[in-house]
Design a protein around this ligand. Structure first.
Ligand code: VGL
Ligand code: ZN
Length: 198
């Protein structure tokens, strides 16, 4: 069965020194590079926002990073400006082996809606196209790694499982933001959805 590694958002802004740095975020690079050779297909995702994106606190008067805002599609955490398309912060970590990737999927490019998941925007219905790519290439097994465990990895794993893929998350090749218990909540949700954590 064709097995893909999906590397989630290993970008400078999620690494130490970046605009939305995940603690120890760059520690995922070496284990991910080492895993790539074990898979039939390697796919990278890239958070890729226009300036003034609606997930940025700076786009909303009186709001600060990590405040919540009710969007038409549900509650949204507001973030520091990050992964603005074309900037160094949106670039992959310099040591990530991007040459091994068959596909790079960009997400979060729609100004009015955030996109944590590699499969759907945060309305959970607007597709990124990844499902079609996987199905047409006959890929049924997915291993996920990258940043951040409790947001983009979590949403991608839950959507993958909901779509019927066999999903595993390589936890030692992920790091979390962990806002108010979000890591524990994500681990519980992924387990409940039948995602294997290892
Ligand atoms: C992410 C917050 C905002 C992630 C992306 O990659 O987990 N988190 N944008
Ligand atoms: Zn983002």
């Amino acid at each position: 069965m064709t097995h893909a590694l999906i590397v989630i958002d290993v970008q400078n802004d999620f690494c130490p020194g970046g605009a939305l740095a995940v603690p120890d975020g760059d520690a995922v690079v070496a284990p991910i590079n080492a895993m790539m050779g074990d898979f039939d297909v390697v796919i990278l995702t890239q958070d890729w926002h226009p300036r003034g994106h609606s997930s940025f606190a700076s786009a909303h008067a009186g709001k600060a990073p990590y405040d919540m805002l009710e969007m038409p599609y549900g509650p949204q955490v507001l973030w520091p400006d990050h992964c603005v398309r074309g900037t160094g912060g949106a670039a992959f970590h310099a040591r990530l082996d991007t040459d091994a990737a068959d596909l790079v999927i960009r997400k979060g490019f729609n100004r009015h809606i955030d996109s944590y998941s590699a499969f759907f925007e945060n309305d959970r219905t607007t597709p990124t196209g990844l499902e079609g790519y996987l199905r047409t290439r006959g890929i049924a097994r997915l291993t996920l790694a990258g940043l951040a465990t409790d947001f983009c990895v979590n949403y991608s794993a839950l959507d993958g499982a909901r779509l019927g893929f066999d999903v595993r998350v390589q936890m030692d090749a992920c790091r979390a933001i962990d806002l108010d218990g979000s890591l524990a909540a994500a681990v519980g949700a992924m387990r409940d959805a039948g995602v294997r954590l290892s």
